[in-house]
Design a binder for this molecule. Structure first.
Ligand SMILES: Cc1cc2nc3c(=O)[nH]c(=O)nc-3n(C[C@H](O)[C@H](O)[C@H](O)COP(=O)(O)O)c2cc1C
Length: 179
């Protein structure tokens, strides 16, 4: 059955490794006949959550920025795949800011059940992904119908494009194909 798949790519850098994994996930997802869209946070205006909690009553954020058009897409997606570089052994700040701004979805009806996470790091140790995974799991735990269905780590990817020659590319493609 065709699914509605949304990929959120968080790196802002030219020739981003995590964005390359996101593209491979997209390629697999589309090849399997799904409807898939990738949104990059590059060039997007996404401000910090103010913590006012108005959204918990109104369903809408008081901040008027690019999050307004992304939230309905998240709400309607069956599958959401996030891609992030590791920054200081955590997910990058722009993805954390993005996740904080999903608070209007917390009391809302939403479709997504399957979450995927694509991570790149310069470090070659698997432990480099622990921080980002803990943060992402914290977000997922707040959406009780959702679960983490797959993770790809592009480790040892330092310079732009380093991930291209790594098995992580095919892993991301295969994950997208079976998503
Ligand atoms: C601000 C900053 C912090 C970083 N911190 C880490 C880190 O803690 N551990 C690590 O392995 N790599 C770290 N890196 C390297 C990136 O994770 C790595 O280059 C990754 O491939 C970048 O992904 P991207 O090309 O998708 O942005 C850091 C890079 C930047 C710019």
């Amino acid at each position: 059955m065709s699914k509605n798949i949304l990929v959120i790519s968080a790196s802002l850098r030219n020739g981003s490794n995590s964005d390359m994994l996101a593209d491979e996930f997209m390629r697999g997802a589309l090849e399997s006949g799904n409807k898939a869209e990738k949104i990059t946070l590059r060039g997007k205006c996404i401000n910090f959550c103010k913590g006012c909690l108005a959204c918990q009553k109104t369903g809408k954020c008081v901040i008027n920025d690019d999050m307004a058009e992304i939230l309905p897409k998240m709400q309607q997606a069956d599958v959401i795949c996030f891609a992030s570089p590791v920054y200081f052994y955590d997910m990058c700040g722009q993805l954390k800011t993005f996740l904080d701004r999903t608070n209007p979805l917390f009391p809302a009806e939403y479709n997504f059940t399957d979450i995927y996470f694509l991570i790149t790091a310069a470090d070659t140790e698997q432990s480099a992904s622990e921080g980002p995974l803990k943060g992402m799991q914290g977000w997922i735990d707040c959406f009780e119908n959702a679960g983490l269905k797959g993770v790809v780590c592009g480790l040892g990817a330092e310079k732009p494009g380093d991930v291209k020659s790594m098995p992580a590319m095919n892993e991301a493609y295969m994950l997208g194909k079976q998503a």
